[in-house]
Write a protein that binds this ligand. Structure first.
Ligand code: MG
Length: 381
């Protein structure tokens, strides 16, 4: 029995992780969750899974929470500073980090340092802190949950590390695939939130529309698989049936295919190196349309090139880029800037904040704060 702490339980990945825990209750036991502010959800989880610990990150809720609504055996803790403590609990074997944004890095760091298995869905923290996190990860300790990276991880199983010729990172293209820059100038957050194939949270759905999500994933793959940025090629595959491919030095290509259902990569991060019975549907490939590919329009979707540039520069450059993007992404969702402003803000902040080699979590927090302030100033906030 594997004992699990789930950070970001009420988000899209978190809820699908709960599905996997229900499906495989004979193999995994959820012992702790963290939510930001979703009280009712936390209470129902504590009851359903007999949780030992619940962290509610929004400490301002401490006075208003009906503690008697939780089971007597559940310890309820307030404040995001306690996220890392959940990762360090001796009764936890595996941490699922499904937090969104740079905030998840200290939890990832704590889990790795304590030798826990880390199922990793918090891509932003790998992007900004890969230089700190990856040296702590023993082989097989950090298992990616991002669908593309799970696919690459599965393709690389049993292959020599120096045999990678190219990683083909597939991209659905997002809701605005095929649109010109003039058309992109007019789109709204509501348009973007209608994603064609994947059911995801709002932040990542906007990142998927700008292709910043793919840019973050290029940097994520660079860290996870120790390959140069330019070994990773992004290719449009609208159907989201191939989840990525690895081309080896001898010309052979391996791809990973399955339904577009995040429960597959989530489950694999828990079952690795074993395979459990599916939590998602088995596809009948007789019924599938021919697999199609297209080239990314990097002129129209400038965020991908910005992310590649940040990844090539390295050091704190991805931290600056990510912080500016988190601020601009939220501003677009709030109707405070246009779709193309996201790219303009990220580009401008990247040009205005100095970068340096990554040294510590404290340094990253300072760089993150400077970049957020610079982005907020551009928004007039
Ligand atoms: Mg992905």
């Amino acid at each position: 029995m594997q004992h699990i702490a789930l950070l970001g339980a009420s988000g899209s990945i978190g809820r699908q992780t709960l599905d996997v825990c229900r499906r495989h209750a004979d193999k995994v036991k959820l012992v702790a969750i963290a939510v930001n502010s979703s009280l009712e959800f936390a209470i129902s989880c504590a009851r359903e899974f007999d949780l030992s610990y619940v962290v509610i990150s929004d400490a301002s809720l401490a006075s208003s929470v009906p503690l008697d609504a939780f089971p007597a055996e559940t310890e309820v803790i307030f404040g995001s500073e306690h996220l890392a403590e959940l990762c360090e609990l001796p009764e936890v074997d595996c941490v699922v980090n499904a937090l969104v944004g740079a905030v998840g890095i200290s939890a990832g760091y704590a889990a790795l340092r304590c030798g826990k298995r880390l199922a990793y869905a918090n891509k932003e923290s790998i992007v900004i802190g890969g230089d700190l996190l990856m040296p702590l990860a023993a082989p097989g300790q950090l298992i990616p949950v991002d669908s593309e990276h799970s696919a690459i991880f599965q393709c690389l199983a049993g292959e020599p590390a120096d045999s990678i010729y190219k990683i083909w990172l597939t991209c659905s293209g997002g809701p605005f695939f095929g649109r010109s820059r003039a058309e992109l100038a007019q789109v709204t957050a509501a348009d973007a939130l209608a994603h064609p194939t994947w059911l995801m949270g709002d932040k990542i759905t906007i990142d998927s529309a700008t292709l910043m999500n793919k840019g973050l994933e290029v940097i994520e793959a660079h860290h996870l698989f120790a390959v140069p940025i330019d070994t990773i090629d992004v290719i449009i595959h609208r159907q989201s049936k191939i989840h990525s491919m690895v081309e080896f030095s001898d010309g052979s290509v391996k791809a990973n295919l399955c339904a577009a259902d995040m429960r597959m990569p989530i489950q694999y991060a828990l079952s690795y190196p074993d395979r459990w019975e599916a939590s998602c549907e088995h596809l009948d490939w007789h019924d599938e349309a021919p697999l199609a590919f297209a080239r990314v329009d990097e002129e129209a979707f400038g965020c991908l090139a910005l992310a590649r540039a940040a990844g090539r520069t390295g050091g704190t450059a991805p931290c600056v880029m990510n912080a500016a993007n988190e601020v601009a992404n939220q501003a677009f969702r709030d109707g405070r800037c246009t779709f193309l402003d996201i790219e303009a803000i990220v580009s401008s902040v990247m040009g205005s904040v100095d970068t340096a080699p990554v040294e510590s979590l404290e340094q990253l927090a300072e760089v993150d704060a400077s970049a957020r302030a610079a982005a907020a100033a551009l928004l007039g906030a």
